[in-house]
Design a protein. Structure first.
Lengths: 146, 405, 405, 146
């Protein structure tokens, strides 16, 4: 369990300066996530078009560095993707964190992969796994609501 | 008092956390257990175990005696007037549920008012919320001041002739503030309003005397009192317990059972349905013995020393913000760091073997009031030292390094 | 299977009772505990203890994992479909109270009918009695036959379109009779009536498969399953647990708490208010492991051998009257002696180290029916042998001598 | 703990052939005792006169040898006594059983003392103490009711 694996530069950066924070304009679907045990909250907004594409994506929320960074990275990576791909990336990410499987998708560029992988340090901190996954579970609700 | 000697009674301190000695500052959450309690439980199961009160064979006699002897010990420990006033529950939570349910069933009706405070733990709110829904009763929250203290004037303001009970914490599990209970109870008594005290955080730090305090109900969690999990105590004045209907139904609490109707035993039996957690009750007697051997006055003297030492150090440290500043307080230091979420603090502290709690501590009303969704909390038990505080402060400094602040 | 080897796992059998080896025939009351369970509890307190689900430090992580792993073990042990269907309670009694309260609150209204049987333990009647009073519901008791067996026809007769639940024991704690559950549940399902099974006596002797059995609720007491006191399991079908309101209120079971309203977490968290009996839960995993190591089929094979041996011997003895004669039975032999009250029997047996129970066994409805206020009961656990039965019969003979009969 | 101390000849005799069993004629006061844990029951009937004397005394009940014998012995000894004496004997008896004090009253003759003392074997059988004392507690209720 290495602390610096958990709090990598990328995480700290996304935690302090979350991307896509706030309500995106003309959002068509949204959902909330909440971890009652610690109080972390996330609210994801998405503008979805009829061709099953995520036109815009943003979030509001409060919580630890991990949960903010996770939501920030999610919006950054999935904005502009279409549903099925977003779903596949989400599954891939959850498998990475929960089942320790490796990321297989080559739809992500190296930069995005590195960013996503920076969240994987959480694997060794079981009590923090929920912090990293909450936004992703919430995104699934957003897409299902559509 | 030599803390190292006391610490030696607690086997867990032999353990290393992330290769560091364990600095346990989470006793307000649950305290560690001395060897005497752990061993008493094993001894009971290995030599004396049987179900209590139900059979007449020798093991059952021993078990029943040990169980009831502990009731006597608890009675003495909190200076209750009658042994029938001591009910064993699953924890403080069950104790409050029992009272809200049983007292509420009988004495609280539509429009009646229940007074709580903004400091209450969810355990001392959710059961009353059920009652509010069931009986169309009203809950009023007494406001706390800027130091996050309960003030008797705010309670006084809320009292009307519809007030049926005041339920209030003895010590806040977030601020450590000690409630001016005696004054509040005297005020309530003068208006014939019963008072339930959530003593979960009070019992481990303050000497209890039910007869002097004069409250109507007092709940305790044994696991915060160096005793086993899954056990609590409800003290209730006999005059209420005699009148209140039973809570859970089952074996052991009945008088006579017919197809058409059932009559019930007297307190405490009436409130102890089903097979009880005998081993835990018996082992809890060892917690009481340990506390009495050291002395609660000595325990709180040392805890207060450590607490003051910690608060002083934190006050001198500009980056740490104290949460709440009650004049009269015990055991608990809640704090935040600018730019670092309490969860991250807890994780980084853990890397140095320091166990604290982060979150809303089951006090969302309070956290909403102070505009924070979470705080970090260090809480002091009888085994903590000033050294523990030094390690805590160093670990807090490390948080800033990890976060490059 | 070598019983002596199994017995060696249970430290209490090293003990002498009145200078005689302990012959423990009171397992239906509470079973003795194997060393692995006792040691697991100590180990947990000495090395892993922390409150569960609340803190993020290392001890809390370990404790939470151990706790939740046990939930998975229980799920597998009873072959439930979802882990969320497993709720830890204080005991079977609390499990039934939870369902009567929560299910009853939502689904049972004035005039609705609850079907029980004349064999039920008070734990499976008193909670429904409360509901009867609260909701003006009706309780109907299915009659048992002259062998004291539950008969599906008697249940069928009682079913109307107002029947909202059938609550029924798996094995009688007085006769040992095994209820034809599958048939009853199939009948009930065909009429969309949920069934709660009081499995307190079933779980220690019969292999459980919730998905096959198809009941809606099943309650277990861990202390009768070679596990710690103060712990029980409530299995409930997810579709019910999702819809049912919470039972006790407190920390850990909420979603969001505001002054005006409270929302709740999902099952199982919703039903586990307050600090749980973590050590007991963790240690219970060792009970399951022991049972699975020996095998429930082997356990019941041996128990049935001992049971049949005992029943045969008693039938041949003219002065002992068997209470109840169910065709399909397990573990329990209840009996009386002409001219000697069961209490006196229990005392005299104890003199020979034989522990049995005397009384109404929390089944007053049954005892009224058979016109006896008390019976003597020997019950068999996985550690009992035919030799135990021989000693029992000899001790019974001694009763006659003491009473000069 | 000697079994034969508990089941003395006198106890067995009173247990098998309880004296004063049934409702006594013209009873003026009665009370019930019940031990819900074991199911033992006793119902005591007394004919009391204005001069505070127990003219007649009887009982009904079911239970173990100890509880029947205890009720039987009680009625036998206290019949014809006046209230205060009956009360004193009751206290004396309860002190004997519960506090292990010796019987001091010389208002009882030797025979009665022996009979009463035969119940004292119960002291060494804690779970049976209630069996021996229930009738006596119930008698107190009968006298108080007057
Ligand atoms: C002030 C206060 N009240 C009530 C409780 C509930 O106690 P338990 O969880 O042991 O039932 C706690 C502990 O979490 C507490 O700190
Ligand atoms: C058939 C039956 N149901 C319910 C219970 C109650 O179990 P517990 O006392 O462990 O809650 C018992 C045990 O006494 C029992 O035998």
């Amino acid at each position: 369990m290495e602390l610096k694996e958990l709090y990598q530069e990328i995480i700290l950066d996304h935690g302090k300066n979350p991307r896509n924070f706030g309500k995106c304009k003309d959002f068509t679907s949204d959902a909330k996530g909440h971890n009652p045990l610690c109080g972390d909250k996330v609210h994801i907004y998405a503008q979805l078009d009829k061709n099953k594409k995520i036109l815009d994506l943003s979030f509001e929320g409060e919580g630890c560095a991990i949960s903010l960074a996770s939501a920030s990275i999610l919006t950054d990576i999935l904005k502009g993707k279409d549903f099925n791909l977003a779903k596949a990336i989400t599954d891939n990410f959850l498998n990475l964190i929960k089942e320790n499987k490796s990321i297989t998708l080559n739809s992500l560029n190296e930069d995005q992969k590195t960013t996503l992988m920076s969240l994987s340090g959480v694997k060794d901190f079981p009590m923090r796994v929920k912090c990293a996954t909450m936004a992703w579970h919430t995104l699934s609700s957003v897409l299902e609501k559509k | 008092m030599n803390i190292d000697q006391i610490k030696n009674n607690f086997p867990i301190f032999k353990k290393k956390i992330n290769n560091k000695p364990l600095v346990y500052l989470d006793s307000a959450n649950s305290s560690q257990k001395p060897k005497s309690v752990i061993d008493r439980m094993s001894y009971f199961y290995e030599n004396e175990f049987s179900n209590v009160g139900r059979s007449v064979h020798s093991l059952a006699v021993t078990a029943t005696n040990r169980f009831e002897e502990t009731r006597d010990l608890v009675k003495k420990f909190i200076n209750a007037k009658h042994r029938e006033e001591i009910i064993f529950t699953k924890g403080a939570t069950e104790g409050i549920n029992l009272v809200a349910n049983s007292f509420g069933e009988k004495y609280i009706n539509e429009g009646d008012e229940i007074i709580l405070t903004e400091l209450e733990h969810h355990s001392n709110y959710v059961p009353w919320h059920y009652l509010r829904n069931k009986k169309k009763a009203v809950i009023k929250f007494a406001k706390i001041n800027e130091n996050l203290e309960i003030q008797i004037d705010e309670i006084k303001k809320l009292i009307t002739n519809k007030t049926k009970i005041i339920a209030i914490t003895h010590i806040s599990n977030v601020t450590g503030g000690i409630t001016p209970l005696k004054e509040i109870i005297d005020l309530a008594s003068s208006k014939k309003i019963p008072v339930l005290v959530d003593g979960t955080q009070g019992a481990p730090h303050l000497k209890l005397d039910m007869q002097k305090l004069g409250c109507d109900f007092y709940v305790i969690s044994c696991h915060k009192l160096y005793g086993p999990n899954g056990l609590g105590i409800l003290y209730g004045k006999k005059k209420w317990l005699d009148e209140m209907p039973p809570y859970q139904g089952g074996g052991g609490m009945i008088d006579e059972v017919k197809k058409e109707n059932i009559t019930f035993a007297e307190s405490p039996t009436k409130f102890e349905a089903g097979t009880m957690q005998t081993a835990e009750v018996v082992a809890f007697s060892e917690s009481i013995k340990l506390i009495e051997k050291i002395g609660l006055d000595k325990i709180s003297e040392n805890e207060n020393d450590v607490l003051r030492y910690g608060i002083d150090k934190i006050r001198k440290n500009n980056s740490i913000n104290l949460v709440g500043d009650p004049k009269n307080k015990a055991s608990v230091i809640s704090f935040t760091l600018k730019g670092i979420h309490p969860h991250d603090i807890a994780t980084i502290l853990d890397d140095d073997g320091v166990a604290i709690r982060a979150g809303h501590h089951c006090c969302q009303i309070l956290h909403e009031k102070i505009g924070m969704s979470a705080t970090a909390r260090a809480s002091i038990g009888l085994y903590n030292t000033k050294e523990d505080i030094d390690i805590l402060i160093n670990a807090i400094e490390k948080c800033k390094k990890v976060f490059k602040i």
